[in-house]
Design a protein around this ligand. Structure first.
Ligand SMILES: NC(=O)c1ccc[n+]([C@@H]2O[C@H](COP(=O)([O-])OP(=O)(O)OC[C@H]3O[C@@H](n4cnc5c(N)ncnc54)[C@H](O)[C@@H]3O)[C@@H](O)[C@H]2O)c1
Length: 677
């Protein structure tokens, strides 16, 4: 086969997409850059990585690009193809400004470009949207081809994207997904950090996180509602706040003002409490300050706690960003006997050794240098810092603090650093950890078990007026008197505009249960049909009732032993494909790291058609209830109740298997009598 034959065989021509070699773009000052990623490749593998990257490009450019790509690989640990990044700002524009042969093709371009917006993406030049490593795709060649395919995809085709690689456009039907995406789905034997890093460097894997590689990230707002709900409920459960109360006069201490963690300041203020958020990277503090998502910046621990104490006494809602290491902050609190009511952590411990956790004793800049020049020394420092961090938390908990793990694999990282006492059984992670995790204790039983999850939408017209109309419509669909969750959700959407949550596209997050999501989606589609609003992209975070199997997080409150299985997430993905969601995604890893979770999500473009009404009715209900059904089968009480209601409501049309419960004492007595261990 000759390259000429290859070129002739493609009707959408790479020679056109890469007709000329763009100039190497300048990197804009002040835009964060990803640190060097681990590079474990030998010489033969480096050659393979170069061939892999060059297969996107016409032969004419190979001699120029081969040394350039080699330099990128050796310098950054990855080949990003920087040269092919379009010059200037990328952002999610109004849908009418995109080319395409169907509304979905244009809608996905809005979503992708929103994920790469300088205001939103963590490392936009490296296509990282959030979570330290969560990428839209691997490199800018893929980006250009995906964009071209989205301009060409028709109602009778499906774009297949495998770990960022656009495999092609395949024949399907108007009722099929327009895009099916998978990221980092590794074979079990090789499903570990080192093989994944190798695959990333070779250019055959992409880390999708959750909504980065699924193109449904909507900026930091996407996580604010969940954080708000978590904080409110933690305070209600542990600090004596009444069921309808908020966090007035309560102090929450945490870390991280990055992609998702950046939501913490906003959430604590909306909940009316006082927050201290430690962050080592000043640029991220500045971003959140400029957005109005933190209200004060402090530089030393003493000053920080004085400011917090004052705000608590005055019952003011304040989010204080402490520029420094969270370990230093907690050390100060322990040494000075400062009470902390609620405590958590949102450093990126799922990649603790890869840059996600800055060890005590290093500034952010020193962390970046050391990662590049002495990765082994860096790993040792991270582990030592994690062990100390854990000891400080333990002391604070002994003094009355309620600490919860925020799904960032913090406890797992502490265990990996050698602390076995963090495990419930003192030996391994099979029985979980000594501190509660926010899903295990709060979100699982109070939200996911009922089906409440992070439903979200983007008004593709880009008009704020459309978003306000959808806010009003969604609010009208909620009965605030049904459950406390509904009341919180009602207040959330009522105040959403006032809380200025939009960064990037005109998007909204709103926790809803299965029927809530269906009702709101049908209402929005009707509004599109009547021309009251432009098309809408519906979706959700993968961090939801049914989308994610993750024993350290989303499925941490599954106690029938099935928390090590990933059947639910895969069934959710397959079921959404079968029922015609516009975009369907399935990923390995998510927020807890490779091999530790399988997560999936969807996007559904509302175009006002009755075809979409049908998809809403059959797919949205499945998307949530598949998860509730599995939680019910694990004997989670709130899910069982929800399934009883479901079976009653859908008699003759749908049916969930519900578990019989056993007499606890009968089983315990029997096992005691008959089994030795
Ligand atoms: N917000 C949520 O609801 C949620 C849910 C599940 C999981 N998570 C997890 O939380 C973590 C954070 O997510 P993200 O998207 O914000 O990641 P991120 O990498 O964008 O942000 C983490 C931030 O922590 C800062 N940091 C690192 N070490 C520090 C230290 N020792 N002291 C102070 N600051 C430090 C980093 O500079 C960075 O800004 C991830 O592991 C993610 O999976 C968040």
């Amino acid at each position: 086969m000759k390259n000429m034959d290859v070129s002739n065989a493609m009707s959408i021509k790479m020679d056109d997409i890469f007709a000329s070699l763009p100039e190497m773009p300048d990197f804009e000052e002040g835009i964060r850059r990803a640190p060097k990623r681990p590079l474990h490749l030998n010489k033969a593998e480096i050659a393979l990585a170069l061939k892999n990257a060059l297969r996107y490009l016409p032969e004419a450019w190979h001699n120029t690009l081969a040394p350039e790509f080699l330099d990128e690989l050796l310098t950054y640990g990855r080949i990003y193809g920087y040269r092919f990044r379009p010059v200037g700002r990328i952002w999610g524009k109004p849908i009418d400004e995109y080319q395409g042969k169907c509304v979905e093709g244009k809608a996905f371009q809005v979503m992708i470009e929103n994920n790469l917006n300088f205001d939103i993406a963590l490392y936009p030049y490296e296509l990282v949207t959030y979570g330290e490593t969560g990428q839209v795709c691997q490199n800018w060649m893929q980006y250009r081809i995906i964009k071209k395919y989205l301009e060409n995809v028709t109602q009778d085709q499906t774009l297949v994207v495998e770990s960022g690689h656009p495999l092609g456009l395949f024949k399907s039907a108007p009722t099929s997904p327009r895009a099916i995406i998978t990221n980092a789905m590794m074979i079990g034997l090789f499903d570990d950090q080192e093989n994944w890093e190798r695959a990333m460097s070779l250019g055959v894997a992409n880390y999708g996180q959750m909504t980065a590689g699924g193109w449904m990230y909507i900026g930091p707002q996407g996580i604010v509602h969940g954080t708000y709900g978590t904080l409110l409920n933690a305070a209600r459960m542990e600090l004596g706040v009444p069921e309808d109360g908020d966090m007035t006069g309560k102090l929450f201490v945490t870390s991280g003002l990055g992609g998702m963690s950046g939501a913490q300041g906003k959430a604590i203020e909306i909940a009316n409490g006082v927050g201290i958020i430690a962050e080592v990277d000043l640029s991220r503090i500045q971003t959140r300050f400029d957005q109005g998502w933190v209200s004060q910046i402090t530089w030393d621990a003493a000053e920080t706690f004085v400011a917090a104490k004052k705000a608590v006494a005055e019952k003011k809602a304040v989010a204080i960003a402490f520029h420094g290491n969270v370990v230093d902050l907690l050390e100060y609190a322990v040494d000075n006997n400062i009470p902390i009511e609620l405590l958590s952590d949102q450093t990126s411990c799922h990649v603790a050794h890869g840059g996600g956790y800055c060890p005590q004793g290093l500034t952010f800049e020193q962390r970046t240098d050391m990662l590049k020049n002495d990765p082994e020394g860096f790993t040792k420092k991270v582990d030592a810092s994690l062990v100390h961090h854990y000891t400080l938390i333990k002391t604070l908990v002994e003094r009355g603090t309620y600490f919860f793990d925020y799904g960032n694999a913090f406890m797992r990282a502490v265990f990996d650093a050698g602390v076995t006492e963090i495990c419930k059984n003192g030996e391994n992670t099979l029985d979980g950890f000594v501190f509660p995790s926010y899903v295990e204790d709060i979100m699982g039983p109070l939200m996911f078990d009922y089906g409440y999850g992070p439903f979200r939408w983007v008004c593709l017209s880009g008009k704020e007026s459309d978003l306000l109309k959808t806010d009003q419509a969604a609010m009208a669909c909620i009965d605030p008197d049904r459950r406390s969750q509904d009341r919180d959700n009602y207040i959330w959407i009522r105040d959403a505009q006032k809380n200025k949550l939009v960064v990037g596209t005109q998007a909204r997050i709103l926790y809803q249960d299965a029927m809530g999501r269906v009702t709101i989606a049908l209402k929005f589609n009707d509004m599109v049909r009547k021309g009251e609003i432009g098309p809408v992209m519906l979706g959700r975070d993968h961090h939801d009732t049914g989308g994610t199997d993750s024993p350290f997080r989303e499925t941490a409150n599954i106690k029938d032993g099935s928390n090590i299985m990933a059947d639910m997430a895969i069934q959710c993905f397959a079921g959404n494909c079968a029922r015609g969601m516009s975009l369907v995604a399935l990923h390995n890893g998510g927020g807890v790291g490779i091999g530790k979770a399988i997560n999936g999500g969807f996007g559904l473009v509302l175009d006002g058609s009755s075809r979409v009404d049908d998809i809403i009715r059959r797919a949205m209900l499945w998307d949530v209830m598949g998860g509730v059904a599995r939680r019910s089968w694990a004997r989670n009480e709130n899910s069982m109740e929800t399934c009883v209601e479901f079976n009653d409501m859908w008699k003759g049309e749908a049916h969930i298997t519900i578990p019989y419960l056993t007499d606890k004492n009968m089983i315990a007595d029997l096992v005691d009598a008959k089994c030795k261990k």
